[in-house]
Write a protein that binds this ligand. Structure first.
Ligand code: F6R
Length: 357
């Protein structure tokens, strides 16, 4: 099943452009328009607030999804970690819609929220890679990720599929509300697919960077602002779970409020900069950590780059940058784990789907 690949994780990283194209194909009608089913469209347009509920990587995709739904469809969104939601249930709006994001569709923490919110009479939409799964069966509506089976414990292609489907959900909702958009998601996702391909074709660069940064370190930091902040949280989770390096993803501006105390000589810090409005400020944060001895690497987007950057990403629409900036992060984690002789596909203490609360 792995074919020529040493690990499922690498195979699944490489499959991401194919998954993007599959989603483009599955979510458009014969006129090349985004096609949401009537009941999903109705649920989305009737909701006065969306509550996204998810765990781990799916939660990180939800953070990006909130941006699409608020910016494109103009519906307020809250994103919650499923295991926390039950204790800290927020004050709900009058017409909430619950959106569960779950690759497996079996995550018990998320299901427990579904059971509770259903009992309150609220509707639920599940976005999942497994249509027959518990969360899909028990929700009112399902959107399919079409990512194909994800075998490696560390989620990669499901994350990017979740983000792509959330973008299409937002656009479908915006269209149903007759909002005028300057954003053609199918065209932009096709550009993303090509950009992903060019990144997965440059694995040596990330293998080398992983060696330089993570061969012996005990800890690592990832920093970003705005959309990049969401991706650095995912980057840190990826690195933690398969290489066992203590890693944290921080908002660049938050460093000075405490975290910067942890920076020592040679502490690896990876910064992502894909957004014009934060490019200067995140670079300022990098200077601050470098002044304290950090070994920093900046991954920037074409048009925002400086000569000293470790890697420049091909340009994509500014809303969709997480889909490309995450690829180097996935590859860095993969090679870090590989060089440290870790079991990439089956990290210690982890299961592919977490069916206990
Ligand atoms: C990380 C990872 C986990 C899952 C989380 C939720 O690589 O795989 O953090 O994302 O357990 O799983 P699903 O999406 O199946 O609900």
């Amino acid at each position: 099943e792995k074919g020529t690949y040493a690990h499922f994780m690498l195979k699944e990283i490489d499959e991401q452009p194919i998954v993007m194209r599959k989603i483009i194909q599955k979510y458009q009608d014969e006129h090349g328009e985004i096609q949401l089913e009537d009941d999903v469209r109705q649920a989305m347009t009737q909701a006065d607030r969306i509550y996204i509920i998810a765990a781990g990587t799916s939660y990180h995709a939800g953070l990006v999804g909130k941006q699409f739904i608020e910016k494109l469809a103009q519906v307020p969104v809250e994103v919650h970690i499923s295991s926390e939601f039950s204790y800290n249930m927020p004050l709900l709006s009058e017409k909430p819609l619950f959106v569960f994001i779950s690759q497996s569709g079996e995550t018990a923490d998320s299901r427990s929220v579904l059971v509770k919110t259903k009992a309150l009479g609220h509707k639920a939409l599940t976005i999942t890679n497994v249509p027959g799964s518990t969360l899909s069966r028990e929700a009112d509506y399902t959107l399919h990720l079409h990512a194909g089976p994800e075998i490696a414990v560390a989620s990669t292609k499901a994350y990017t599929a979740q983000i792509a489907v959330l973008a299409l959900l937002a656009v479908g909702t915006a269209k149903a509300k007759c909002l005028h958009l300057h954003f053609d998601p199918l065209k932009e996702l096709a550009i993303v697919a090509s950009a992903m391909e060019s990144l997965t074709d440059q694995k040596e660069a990330f293998e080398q960077l992983a060696k330089d940064l993570f061969s012996t370190t005990r800890n690592a930091f990832f920093i970003g602002r705005g959309n990049d902040y969401f991706v650095v949280q995912e980057a840190a989770l990826k690195l933690k779970e398969i290489s066992y390096i203590q890693a944290e993803g921080f908002a660049g501006g938050e460093l000075k409020h405490g975290t910067i105390a942890l920076i020592e000589d040679d502490t690896p810090v990876v910064a992502i900069s894909t957004q014009e409005n934060v490019n200067l400020s995140i670079r300022g944060n990098v200077q601050e950590v470098v002044a304290r001895g950090a070994k920093a690497a900046i991954v920037s987007m074409k048009g925002l780059e400086k000569d000293s950057d470790a890697f420049v990403l091909p340009k994509v629409h500014e809303l969709l940058t997480p889909l490309v900036s995450v690829i180097p992060m996935q590859l860095l984690s993969y090679y870090a784990a590989l060089h440290r002789d870790c079991d990439v596909d089956k990290p210690r203490n982890l299961a592919k789907s977490v069916t206990v609360e």
